[in-house]
Design a protein around this ligand. Structure first.
Ligand SMILES: Cc1cc2nc3c(=O)[nH]c(=O)nc-3n(C[C@H](O)[C@H](O)[C@H](O)COP(=O)(O)OP(=O)(O)OC[C@H]3O[C@@H](n4cnc5c(N)ncnc54)[C@H](O)[C@@H]3O)c2cc1C
Ligand code: SF4
Length: 563
């Protein structure tokens, strides 16, 4: 890739961040003819050197148990999700600290490298519907979305066609079908559960997960071979990541310059022209300060980091953060509440075995508050999960010893089925982040103080999801049903969003319907910051579609001389 910057440090466009949204901005802007600089805070990732999905347990130093001493010091937060193979894809918490009020723990889980979290993400990809886009206006939480499904539908088509999403069309209004590659197959426990649900719960539908993984070769990438540990990389490029798809497309135009180790510290704003005139960068290796210039800036550093950059760019006019005349920057932070649900043993099917390591589960779209009105909460939740045979690991919960015990554990165990709920989080102004000038990161930049707690509606959703999961398992005759009773910490579902919401009114929102700052015409923010509500579906497909849409708009505006 072209990693040399030009002499004047001046481009048509600058994209900050190379993750899921930054990769899309880079592709779209370069393909539409813009000389584009991509500033990435972290290092380059080279699949042939860095991916480890095929490294067996016996070839890693701690045999999969992780370097617990290192993680205790350097990754006390990231260890919630990082394993021994992929801990290198997660940040060092010492270099990248943040704080929270003592009674509001928050998990800020992320990577700092080329591709961002598109390297480790779970790839579940669902469209939103007007049930989601109209939710705020109908029940009065937050502000109204300035767009509806018809505005984003062609961009969902466009993105899915490029990235490849496998899934099953179901014809449900609350979960619009996409342009799917062939679906992955359900196993026998899942088929049994699907049939019970269809028979006994007519308002619910169990389908195979919709995932950005190729089930057939697609656009030069190979179909998945079901090896399983995708969060460690994928040498066959079978799942979507910026590294596999959008950045190579941008590179192919010859118009992208990629600068790794470029920590964006702040944006320079000119009061007279009311434009962003520069992007200030600290070189992560040399600590040198540089400034880059462009006609348009796409801020795609992720929900929390983008708001942090804007807060750190405060001016006398925008004293609480650039583009923050509404006072909404950093507020309305959302994440999905999860860890609800239940699991149980599905007896029978002992003559059936799983083949391969399918990197996908089942999905049950939202069924609460779709037609009826639930007495305890607004909005709803979807279930992810699936069926599988227990393996030798079940031995840790069993009594026994000796040869017979070992032989027994070599045989596959019973089938188990699990439902895990992802519940919607309402926008609340006090779920927010602020700049903490007393605590700096490794590059001397003020860090974040994050305050986020679950409120009554999220907790009621959590409770109902556990109850309905148990009810479906019981209906399917499952045994030894275990209920999930402790909610996730905010941040833990890694779907943080909402810190610079869009809206119709500049007095109550940061961005307009094109992801463009109300206050500053040449600034676009297309990571999860723009989200106005959280729905309950995994959000990244929506970030991608909105990024492609915003890029198209920005280039049209530029060409018309309106930017
Ligand atoms: C384990 C895991 C599972 C997930 N599963 C799913 C899923 O199944 N479905 C789904 O929809 N979502 C999932 N997500 C969430 C998904 O990864 C994020 O929603 C998505 O990556 C957000 O895209 P982004 O572009 O905003 O941020 P990121 O992909 O995080 O990219 C941000 C980029 O900006 C860079 N950056 C940050 N600060 C700066 C700075 N100051 N200067 C320059 N660059 C900077 C970072 O280094 C990074 O490369 C998952 C995430 C994880 C970690
Ligand atoms: S399971 Fe499929 S998508 Fe995941 S790493 Fe293996 S080949 Fe890639």
């Amino acid at each position: 890739m072209n990693v040399l910057t030009n002499k004047t440090n001046t481009y048509d466009a600058i994209v900050i961040g190379s993750g899921i949204s930054g990769g899309w901005a880079a592709k779209e802007l370069t393909e539409k003819g813009l000389q584009t600089l991509v500033l990435e805070a972290g290092e380059l990732i080279v699949p042939e050197r860095d991916y480890v999905e095929h490294v067996p347990t016996w070839d890693v130093k701690f045999r999969g148990m992780r370097d617990r001493q290192y993680m205790k010091v350097h990754q006390p937060m990231q260890q919630h999700i990082a394993d021994e193979w992929n801990s290198k894809f997660f940040v060092d918490d010492l270099e990248n600290p943040y704080t929270t009020p003592p009674d509001q723990p928050y998990l800020f889980l992320r990577g700092r490298h080329l591709g961002g979290r598109s390297v480790m993400w779970g790839r579940q990809s669902y469209r939103w519907s007007d049930l989601d886009f109209e939710a705020n206006i109908k029940d009065g939480h937050g502000v109204d979305w300035p767009i509806r499904y018809k505005d984003i539908e062609p961009w969902y088509d466009y993105v899915e066609d490029f990235i490849g999403v496998s899934g099953q069309a179901e014809g449900l209004p609350q979960l619009p079908d996409g342009k799917f590659l062939p679906p992955m197959e359900m196993n026998c426990a899942e088929i049994a559960m699907r049939d019970v649900v269809a028979q006994k719960f007519p308002d619910r539908r169990l389908t195979i997960g919709r995932t950005a993984i190729l089930t057939v070769p697609h656009r030069g990438r190979a179909a998945c071979h079901y090896c399983g540990p995708c969060a460690r990389g994928c040498i066959t490029r079978s799942y979507f990541s910026s590294i596999h798809s959008t950045l190579p497309a941008a590179e192919a135009t010859g118009k992208m310059t990629l600068r790794p180790y470029s920590v964006v510290q702040s944006l320079a704003f000119d009061r007279k022209t009311r434009r962003i005139t520069g992007v200030r960068v600290i070189d992560a290796k040399t600590k040198e300060t540089l400034e880059f210039h462009s006609k348009v800036v796409f801020l795609c550093a992720s929900t929390l980091e983008s708001a942090r950059i804007l807060m750190n760019s405060a001016t006398p006019e925008f004293s609480t953060g650039l583009a923050n005349s509404s006072g909404q920057l950093g507020r309305n932070l959302m994440d999905h509440i999860f860890h609800s649900g239940a699991s149980g043993l599905m007896l029978g099917h002992e003559d059936r075995q799983q083949i391969g390591n399918r990197p996908n589960g089942i999905y049950m779209p939202r069924f609460r508050n779709v037609k009826d009105k639930h007495p305890d909460f607004v909005r709803g939740y979807g279930f992810q999960g699936g069926g599988g045979r227990e393996d030798w690991g079940r031995g840790s919960e069993m009594s026994g010893f000796g040869v017979d015990f070992k032989h027994k554990l070599r045989e596959p165990g019973p089938w188990r089925f699990s439902f895990g709920g992802f519940g919607e989080c309402l926008p609340h102004p006090d779920n927010r982040m602020e700049l903490n000038k007393d605590k700096l990161d490794a590059w001397g930049i003020p860090t974040l103080r994050i305050s986020h707690k679950w409120r009554e509606n999220e907790l009621a959703i959590f409770k109902d999801a556990t109850a309905t999961a148990a009810e479906m398992l019981e209906a399917a005759g499952a045994k030894d049903i275990t209920l999930s009773t402790t909610p996730s910490q905010p941040g833990e579902s890694i779907h943080e969003m909402g810190s610079a919401r869009m809206g119709r009114d500049p007095k109550t929102s940061v961005l307009n319907s094109w992801n463009q700052a109300h206050d500053i015409k040449n600034l676009f923010i297309t990571d999860g910051s723009f989200m106005v509500s959280s729905a309950c579906q995994n959000p990244s497909l929506t970030y991608m579609a909105m990024t492609a849409r915003a890029s198209d708009y920005a280039v049209r505006q530029l060409k018309q001389g309106d930017l």
